[in-house]
Design a binder for this molecule. Structure first.
Ligand code: HEM
Length: 447
């Protein structure tokens, strides 16, 4: 399918749309934009987004091409808007080659293996506190509540924040920062971008104070581990590197996890038989293990299947942009250097040649007997793939499973009727209504 560049081959089919804006509005406003173009032109087509010629590539082969076999043709850095580069600084998303490899290696220990065990208590106690709050509220919009919970978890572990007023202040700055990421780069005090710069500076000052404290008093939270992280050559992250990387992790990890948790609790409420089986798994574990520890999370195969199915059907991130830094050929079409490329995550997830009835929520498709995702490599890419697969994958999965297991064990909820559950994809996937639910404690004697 893929081959080396040849001058004879054609540019991909498609249309650039209007001058300058191209098809940006169709892309932003029509959730089926890419599917419609794929039906018309096939799995690779051209368009113009945000003023730049762009190639959209869909399906497992395209994913593998972009994420793994032809990575050298693509730049992450060039895939992000300038506002992003300024606000999130020289962090992992914007790094390439040796610099990226070095930093990824130094960041990795804080998000994998034994480090995760140290985060269980924080995740657990915050989840318990939020669940009690939800019980008191009785009825609420879950997306916003999940967002506060995931922010509290991430800011406690990554920014060393103390629950209460400090977290609320950090959350306010963080909201101002994210509002500026895709805003016009006008830096006056009252513009979203100007406010975002101020918020970023405050957050960085806060992280600096905490890092200095961690240098004197080592801890086992993620920030403490970043401070201590050292590779085999004795390299360490500098203070300014830790600051921007911690901020990036907060950005990368918090709305994505919120989105997936919201879709998970929605899917459970919509599929009572799946919910009953998931509860049964928890009841059996609870009878033997009691409270949840890291080890127990590895003994929840059915919950694993549910989490995978949520990743497949409701991937929080729609795709990944890259700058094309080396011309390439894919599927017989030539893509020139200087274009943008977009790989689409959910195209592979709904591919009928891989997934049976792909529109149906069916966790059993990931059972060991069916394992539909094994039919093609790069067919489940909710966390990206290849050497730059999501750094927070294990961290996020642990958090999602911990929250889900706690809710399954002790609570029950139903969806408030009449709300708009249509999924909206930007900035991360969520039901339009925010998911209004009625939430209460479960009767422990109930089946
Ligand atoms: C459900 C939660 C999450 C989802 C769905 C998710 C999704 C993704 C995806 C799709 C990518 C690849 C993007 C691309 O190829 O353009 C990615 C990369 C990344 N994610 Fe996540 N993510 C999640 C949670 C997290 C968390 C909790 C963290 C940090 C603690 C994190 C940090 C990162 C980083 C640093 C990268 C870039 C890795 C690199 O360039 O080497 N993510 N994530």
């Amino acid at each position: 399918m893929a081959s080396s560049t040849s001058d004879r081959s054609l540019l991909p089919p498609g249309s650039f749309g209007l001058p300058v804006v191209g098809e940006t509005l169709n892309f932003l406003l029509d959730p089926n934009f890419a599917d419609k173009r794929r039906d018309r032109y096939g799995p690779i087509f051209k368009t113009r987004l945000l003023g730049r010629p762009t190639v959209v590539m869909m399906g497992p082969e395209a994913n593998q091409f972009v994420l793994s076999t032809h990575m050298d043709c693509f730049s992450w850095r060039e895939g992000w808007p300038g506002t992003f580069r300024e606000l999130l600084g020289e962090s992992l998303f914007l790094q390439e080659g040796d610099e990226h490899r070095r930093n990824r290696k130094l960041l990795m220990p804080a998000f994998h293996g034994p480090a995760l065990a140290a985060y269980v208590d924080t995740m657990q106690s915050l989840t318990e506190r939020y669940a009690q709050r939800w019980e008191t509220l009785g009825q609420f919009a879950w997306f916003n509540e999940m967002k506060q919970l995931t922010f509290d978890i991430a800011s406690t572990l990554l920014l060393g924040s103390a629950p209460g007023a400090e977290t609320a202040q950090l959350s306010q700055w963080f909201t101002a920062l994210t509002a500026g990421l895709f805003a016009p780069p006008l830096r006056w005090g009252w513009t979203p971008f100007g406010r975002a710069i101020r918020a970023r500076d405050r957050l960085l000052d806060h992280i600096e104070q905490v890092v200095r404290d961690r240098q004197l008093n080592p801890t086992h939270d993620a920030l403490g581990l970043l401070v201590q992280s050292e590779d085999e050559a004795g390299n360490r992250l500098s203070l300014s590197e830790i600051k921007v990387q911690a901020l990036l992790m907060l950005f990368a990890g918090h709305e994505t996890t919120t989105s997936m948790l919201t879709s998970l609790v929605m899917a459970l409420a919509q599929h009572p038989s799946v919910w009953a089986q998931a509860r049964q798994e928890q009841a059996t574990l609870m009878a033997t293990n009691g409270a949840i520890a890291l080890d127990h999370l590895r003994q929840m195969p059915y919950l694993d299947q549910i989490v995978k199915e949520v990743e497949r059907l409701y991937p929080p991130v729609g795709g990944g942009f890259r700058g094309v830094v080396k011309a390439f050929e894919f599927n017989g079409y030539r893509v020139p250097e200087g274009w943008m490329a977009l790989y689409r995550i959910n195209a592979a997830h709904r591919d009928r040649t891989i997934y049976t009835n792909p529109e149906t929520f069916d966790p059993d498709r990931f059972s060991p007997e069916r394992a539909e995702h094994r039919r093609a490599e790069f067919s489940l890419v909710g966390f990206g793939g290849g050497p730059r697969v999501c750094l927070g994958l294990a961290f996020a999965q642990m958090e999602i499973k911990l929250v889900a297991a706690h809710l399954l064990r002790h609570y029950t909820w139903s969806l408030v009727p009449g709300q708009n559950l249509q999924m909206t994809p930007i900035p991360t996937l969520r039901p339009r209504s925010g998911l209004h639910v009625i939430f209460k404690q479960r009767d422990p004697a109930a089946p």
